[in-house]
Design a protein around this ligand. Structure first.
Ligand code: FAD
Length: 297
């Protein structure tokens, strides 16, 4: 049924596309249908053509996703390399589409003399993913800057929603209605004339000393429990370097799990469960995954 829908959208639709090509852990089975829209009109037309019961999942740069080895049924909509306009609306307001890379927001805001936006450079995902996760780094957080968002629903209808309609917390965003996805946002910053690109480089260099940047990971696997750090608890439980298949807990930062090349999603998930149960046994603290785990085993 979903395959019939795919006709008419050319090579922008791919069938049984391996999601391992689209996640930073480089694992994950296929998407039944994978769609990379040309623009908003194309996206709306595609959504309108979908039967109402087809599952839809959105993916940005896949930097916070564990897709299981059996893949995802239905349709995966990817904003990679598309929906990527970024413009200055006024003295302090910026409008970005969902597919804009967070690092670009950081760089461009410095050029515009706006901030604090340097923290976006630490998030290797899209604005859409950052909105869904309330991503944050170096003390900054996405939703502190959101004034309104643009969304699209499964009928291809666009909506504008105010920040106050969302319940936002640490790595948590509750939308007012289900099945609306971000296509853009208006962000507000302060005037910061004289900011220099070196500031971003300094932050990234500092992070490189403590995190295994450049290896295949999803960043932090678990959120920090109140008043503590997941990495501290994992390290104190003796789990640094613990291995399942070709996946291991990073020796550099215990809240990172590395795929050394041939790990499968099942190895990563087993390792996540092992870390979770060991930390609970040793410290009595239940960790919660920050990474989104989706798909069929
Ligand atoms: C090396 C490394 C370091 C990292 N450091 C940080 C950090 O410092 N801070 C931090 O917060 N995160 C960090 N992350 C995690 C990750 O980069 C963020 O969570 C990021 O916001 C995910 O964006 P993405 O585009 O890759 O989203 P994806 O991983 O593709 O998707 C994540 C979730 O967002 C949803 N989503 C994506 N796009 C949309 C959309 N347009 N509308 C609705 N939902 C959508 C997906 O369905 C999924 O549930 C790190 C990851 C890596 C690999």
């Amino acid at each position: 049924m979903t395959l019939a829908v795919a006709a008419g959208f050319g090579t922008r639709v791919r069938r049984r596309e391996p999601l391992s090509r689209h996640t930073s852990w480089h694992v994950g089975g296929p998407a039944e249908v994978f769609f990379n829209p040309r623009d908003r009109a194309d996206l709306a037309a595609f959504l309108r053509a979908l039967p109402g019961d087809v599952p839809i999942y959105w993916i940005g740069l896949g930097s916070n996703l564990l897709v299981r080895d059996g893949g995802l049924p239905g349709v995966v909509i990817s904003t990679h390399g598309t929906l990527d306009s970024l413009e200055r609306l006024s003295e302090t307001a910026v409008r970005g589409e969902a597919g804009v890379a967070c690092a670009r927001i950081a760089r461009q805001c410095i050029k515009w003399g706006l901030g604090p936006a340097e923290f976006f450079a630490g998030i290797p995902g899209t604005l859409g993913g950052a909105l869904a996760m309330n991503a944050g780094a170096f003390g900054g957080e996405t939703w502190r800057h959101v004034t309104e968002v643009e969304t699209i629903d499964r009928h291809g209808t666009e909506h504008v929603r105010q920040r106050s309609e969302y319940r936002v917390g640490y790595r948590k965003v509750e939308p007012p209605v289900p099945e609306e996805w971000f296509i853009g946002a208006t962000l507000s910053f302060e005037r910061r004339p004289g900011a220099h690109p070196d500031e971003v480089q300094k932050l990234l260099a500092r992070r490189k000393q403590t995190q295994p940047i450049g290896e295949w990971s999803c960043g932090s696997v678990f959120t920090n429990p109140p008043g503590d750090h997941a990495a501290r608890l994992i390290e104190a439980a003796g789990l640094k370097g613990y291995r399942v298949g070709d996946a291991s807990v990073s020796d550099k930062h215990a809240n990172f799990i590395i795929n050394h090349g041939t790990a499968r999603a099942a190895d990563l998930e087993r390792l996540i469960e092992h870390v979770r149960s060991t930390v609970e046994r040793v410290h009595g603290v239940r960790l919660h995954p920050e990474v989104r785990i989706v798909g069929v085993p």
